[in-house]
Ligand binder design. Structure first.
Ligand SMILES: C[S@@+](CC[C@H](N)C(=O)[O-])C[C@H]1O[C@@H](n2cnc3c(N)ncnc32)[C@H](O)[C@@H]1O
Length: 279
């Protein structure tokens, strides 16, 4: 689609759109990294068949239900089961293994998207005999992906990647024990028992405080969309949500070195981006 003159997506137009979403609906994207946010707005224009950002604002202004839809299209929800298998091996062998004798393991999946990260964790915990004592919160800004996460239903075409990632974990367990294929063979559904100790909740990392203390926080592949200032603020929330001795996992392309809380952490694995909170 050809964009109108007012949609060369100048900084002013982008800022105008961010201000509109914040002032009208409370969604604060003002400190998201500019280049990726700009690409998402381009996508949004296409998605809503809008020729200009002003037209987009008019549409969303007139129909509040479009705001939630816009948030879904602005945020990148890409995820997969056992994403980065070497990360999950490290998580299992060097983090979760430390909790074998603990009475409880409190875990927060911050920005869990459609839940694949959560099911991956639950399957590994089950394989280790630790699932019963896990208390898990899984949150995201987007209620649609959270509903998907709760349902545990995923397209069958995702299975190839899931199986290959699972094989790379080097476990004797069988993935087939954890899901059922639908009668029309189009989807799979993970066993509900896997998420019996999971509490899914809508939570905005930008505008809300943490809500509890955890032994492990996974906040993977979301801070990459934030500018440094926002990464710093979100890391503050996360650090405050971790017990001393707790573990933080971030995405493979992310870093906490810029953040003022970096001094509170020491790396457990530089390659897999897992840190231990030391204060
Ligand atoms: C790329 S996915 C990452 C999913 C998963 N953690 C992983 O690594 O595979 C990023 C998720 O962050 C969520 N997100 C973006 N901004 C957020 C915010 N301010 N608060 C909470 N979640 C947010 C998006 O809705 C999306 O589901």
């Amino acid at each position: 689609m050809l964009l109108n003159k007012d949609t060369d997506l100048s900084l002013t137009i982008i800022k105008q759109f961010q201000t509109f979403l914040f002032e009208k609906y409370g969604y604060d994207f003002r400190d998201y990294a500019l280049s990726s946010f700009k690409r998402r707005v381009e996508h949004l224009l296409f998605f809503f068949k809008s020729g200009s950002v002003n037209d987009l604002i008019r549409k969303i202004d007139a129909n509040p239900s479009l705001a939630e839809q816009a948030v879904k299209e602005i945020t990148v929800n890409t995820t997969e089961m056992f994403r980065d298998p070497s990360f999950w091996r490290k998580m299992r062998d060097e983090v979760l293994s430390q909790f074998v004798s603990s009475p409880v393991i409190r875990i927060w999946h911050a920005a869990c998207s459609s839940g694949e990260e959560v099911y991956s964790m639950c399957i590994i915990l089950q394989e280790m005999g630790l699932l019963d004592k896990a208390r898990i919160f899984a949150s995201d800004i987007n209620s649609e992906v959270l509903a998907n996460a709760k349902s545990g239903v995923y397209p069958i075409r995702s299975l190839d990647t899931t199986k290959s990632n699972f094989d790379r974990l080097g476990t004797s367990g069988k993935l087939e024990n954890y899901y059922k294929v639908s009668s029309d063979q189009t989807t799979i559904k993970y066993n509900e028992s896997l998420i019996k100790n999971v509490n899914f909740r809508k939570h905005n990392l930008v505008s809300e405080e943490g809500f509890s203390k955890f032994d492990i926080v996974l906040c993977r592949n979301v801070m990459i969309y934030f500018n440094f200032d926002l990464q710093d603020r979100v890391m503050d929330t996360i650090s405050n949500s971790l017990f001393k001795g707790g573990f933080l996992a971030i995405g493979s392309k992310e870093t906490i070195v810029w953040c003022s809380t970096a001094k509170d952490f020491q790396p457990l694995s530089v390659e897999e981006k897992i840190y231990k909170k030391i204060v």
